[in-house]
Ligand binder design. Structure first.
Ligand code: BG6
Ligand code: MG
Length: 216
């Protein structure tokens, strides 16, 4: 038996499928600037802040913009994104996520959110999950983006559990790196080719069980 006492969840791509909405909005922005990027390149945007994502995309397109222009572009992308997530419903919670959150709660584990998104609260409210979390650390509460461990260390601190007794659930390479840097156990949500550094990789939370948690 291990000593896991807290589960820290990323939001986009782990609890809800908003990774798709981020991709659509960024793709629309790139297309409006006259270029495109691949699904493979998109993997690098997962878990990464809005500002950093834009810089990466502009780099792929070989497009140079001033800081003021970048601010306008990031705001435009967010407007398209918020427009999509404002219609979210509880049925957009990813399979198995709610069931596993219930199991964590029944087992007396602390539950925290560790997301780069400044829209986290809105999404959790739309899908009706706010009350599951003992702590919510989002993009408004951190100054250093993943792969810096700040977001997860703040989550662990907020629920009063040492990092070594926390497990992080993440769909992003940057997120797995952040959790490892923070000294936490890691469960990758996605493909083993992308998330091979995680302690365990699952296709979704529907595959997660208390038994697997105990074996981490
Ligand atoms: C992360 C997403 O959760 O949040 C990234 O994986 C996104 O794709 C980042 O860029 C910031 O989100 P937002 O909603 O603040 O633009
Ligand atoms: Mg994510």
């Amino acid at each position: 038996m291990n000593t896991i006492k807290a589960c820290i969840f990323d939001l986009d791509g782990v609890i809800v499928d908003t990774a798709v909405y981020h991709y659509k909005a960024w793709k629309r922005l790139a297309n409006s600037l006259g270029f495109d990027f691949t699904a493979h390149e998109n993997e690098q945007l997962k878990g990464v802040s809005r500002v950093r994502s834009l810089q990466l995309i502009l780099g792929w397109g070989g497009v140079v913009k001033t800081q003021a222009e970048q601010d306008v572009l990031a705001t435009q992308k967010n407007e398209w994104y918020v427009d999509m997530i404002s219609h979210m419903q509880p049925n957009e919670i990813l399979p198995g996520a709610k069931k596993f959150l219930d199991q964590c709660r029944s087992a007396g584990l602390k539950i925290a959110l560790g997301s780069a998104s400044k829209n986290s609260m809105m999404i959790l409210e739309k899908v009706g999950l706010v009350n599951y979390f003992d702590a919510i650390i989002d993009g408004n509460k951190v100054s250093k983006a993943k792969p810096d461990p700040e977001v997860f260390l703040k989550g662990a601190e907020a629920v009063g559990i040492p990092p070594g007794e926390c497990v992080v659930f993440e769909d992003a390479i940057a997120g797995i790196e952040a959790a490892i840097a923070g000294g936490m156990k890691t469960v990758g949500i996605g493909s083993p080719e992308v998330l091979g550094d995680a302690d365990l990789v699952l296709s979704g939370l529907s595959e997660m069980t208390m038994k697997k948690l105990a074996q981490l």
